[in-house]
Structures are given as structure tokens and as C-alpha cells.
Design a protein around this ligand. Structure first.
Ligand code: PAF
Length: 282
């Protein structure tokens, strides 16, 4: 595996693959890699001859400077865990490389509506930052495939929309959420949970499962959402939302809809914010 910081080097390596007719899959990350990321990498390897992984903690997708500073940066450990995998190039650009005109003056990419609901309400501007950096990374790497985790379901839908609307010749592949044995979705943020919070955290996934079962047993969406909210609050969460939405555009479904649904939740345990989701298969 080659670690590359400069865009000129990245482009040269990719050009040499392309002249050999090789296909390319891309996994963008912010580092602090765990089994969830490694599962995306394996999926990328299934899609294409070559795999590029990026590690870039993107400043424009954090709502406050504090969150950005607090984000775990574990480059050496990440590099070590990637070196035993099918990653061909680890792209590790500097902030100046990704934002040559500075953060304020950067061209912005924005996905309306999809980017403004749910997470977009609680993390204003977050998805503009994600859409912008992913567009930049796509332009640098020019992959045939890009792999994103279902754990960030709203992000996945936004990237799909971005690729479709900007006519980018990239196929988006999705990797299923990886979970601990007790159901907690793997996340870089889990390391911030203390023992008591860690014990409470699986309640989010358990409540999403409970919400699905109750919805399909005939209760209305409003009743189920309200009860799920109370359940998670009792479990110790300071809740942002737990809702049932249409899976692809995240709009509110018709009252008796039974297909194409997803439950999504976000809330805090102490200062750690967790998100999760569950596709409802009728
Ligand atoms: O999902 C993430 O880790 C980030 O949002 C991404 C897609 C790498 C963009 O910074």
C-alpha cells in the first residue's frame, strides 16, 4: 500500500492504473478506522481492480470548532490497519490541498431538501460540508465505484442524489451497518462513551427494532414515534429525533405505508451524539 499526500502523485498512480485498463473503487473516510470501514474496503475490492481509501477530517462538515478539534485522529494506527488489506493507495491530503482557497472561499456543493431535514436540522451546514468534500474527492480520485456505509443513511441518500444530479459517472455502493454483539452500531464516537453510557447505548437500536415491530402490528406512525421517543428518553438519551420516513427521499410516509420505510434516530448520551437507523422490511 502506498500512502499519498499530493494530488499530482495520486493522479499519476491512478493514470498508470487506467492505462492498464484497471477499474477503481474509492472509500472516503475521516480515519479512526474500525471494522465498519474495513467492511466497506472489502466491498470496494469486490467491485474493482484497485482500491483507494482517503483519510481526511473535513473541517467544513463540523458544526463547531470544538467538535472538529475533538474528532479522533489516529493516522498511524489507521495506516497500520490498512496495510494488511486490499487498499492500494491511502490518500491523506492536507486541509490546504482540499481547500486551496481557504474554508470560507471554497466553492460549495449543496443538496437541497434531503440535506436540510433530520441531521440537517440539528447539524446546520453539515451536509453542505460533506457534499463539498465528497465532490472534491470524487474529482481527484475519479473512481468507477464509491462505497459508503448505511450507518449514515441520510448521507448515503445525499451522495446518491449528488451523483445523479451532477451526472457523475460513479456507481455508489452501500455497505451494511456493522454492529457490536449487543446491537450498538460501530462508530468512531463510541470511544467517547463512559461505562454507564456504553451500557445504555444499545437501547437506540433496540428501540428502532421495537418501533418497526409496533408499526407493523398496526399502530399509527404518530403513536409509535411518540412511544419510541419516550422509551429512548427513559433509557437516558437526550433525544434529537426518532422517526419513520420514506427510505429514499426521507419524506414523511403516507399514514398506512408499509413498504420502503426506514426508522432513523439521533440523540446524545452525555456529550456524545449517536445516530442509527433500521430499514423496515414488511
Ligand atoms: O462518512 C464520513 O466519514 C464522512 O462524512 C465522509 C463521507 C468521509 C466525508 O468527509
Amino acid at each position: 500500500m502506498q500512502t499519498v499526500q499530493e494530488t499530482a502523485t495520486l493522479r499519476a498512480v491512478i493514470r498508470s492504473w487506467r492505462t492498464q485498463g484497471q477499474s477503481l473503487a474509492f472509500v472516503p473516510t475521516m480515519g479512526n478506522l474500525h471494522e465498519g470501514h474495513l467492511s466497506l474496503l472489502r466491498k470496494a475490492h469486490d467491485c474493482a481492480d484497485r482500491v483507494v481509501v482517503s483519510i481526511f477530517v473535513n473541517p467544513t462538515q463540523f458544526d463547531s470548532g470544538e467538535d472538529y478539534a475533538r474528532y479522533p485522529r489516529t493516522f498511524e494506527a489507521d495506516q497500520a490497519s490498512l496495510s494488511g488489506t486490499d487498499c492500494d493507495v491511502l490518500f491523506f491530503p492536507a486541509v490546504e490541498t482540499m481547500y486551496p482557497y481557504g474554508l470560507e472561499q471554497s466553492v460549495r456543493v449543496s443538496v437541497p431538501e434531503l440535506g436540510g431535514t433530520l441531521e440537517g436540522i440539528y447539524r446546520v451546514g453539515h451536509f453542505d460540508g460533506v457534499s463539498t468534500v465528497v465532490s472534491k474527492l470524487f474529482n481527484l480520485v475519479q473512481p468507477d465505484y464509491a462505497v459508503f456505509g448505511e450507518k449514515d443513511w441520510q448521507q448515503l441518500q445525499i451522495i446518491r442524489r449528488l451523483v445523479e444530479d451532477l451526472s457523475l459517472p460513479i456507481e455508489i455502493a452501500a455497505g451494511p451497518t456493522q454492529r457490536e454483539a449487543d446491537g450498538l452500531a460501530l462508530s468512531s464516537r463510541n470511544r467517547f462513551l463512559n461505562a454507564q453510557q456504553r451500557a445504555r447505548a444499545p437501547a437506540m437500536y433496540a428501540t428502532l427494532c421495537w418501533m418497526r415491530d409496533n408499526y407493523f402490528s398496526g399502530h399509527t406512525r404518530a403513536v409509535v414515534e411518540t412511544a419510541a421517543r419516550a422509551r429512548l428518553q427513559r433509557a437516558g438519551f437526550e433525544l434529537d429525533y426518532i422517526v419513520i420516513r420514506c427510505a429514499t427521499d426521507l419524506t414523511e410516509p403516507e399514514e398506512y405505508a408499509r413498504t420502503g420505510l426506514i426508522g432513523l434516530a439521533a440523540g446524545h448520551l452525555g456529550s456524545t451524539r449517536l445516530i442509527d437507523n433500521l430499514l423496515f422490511d414488511a
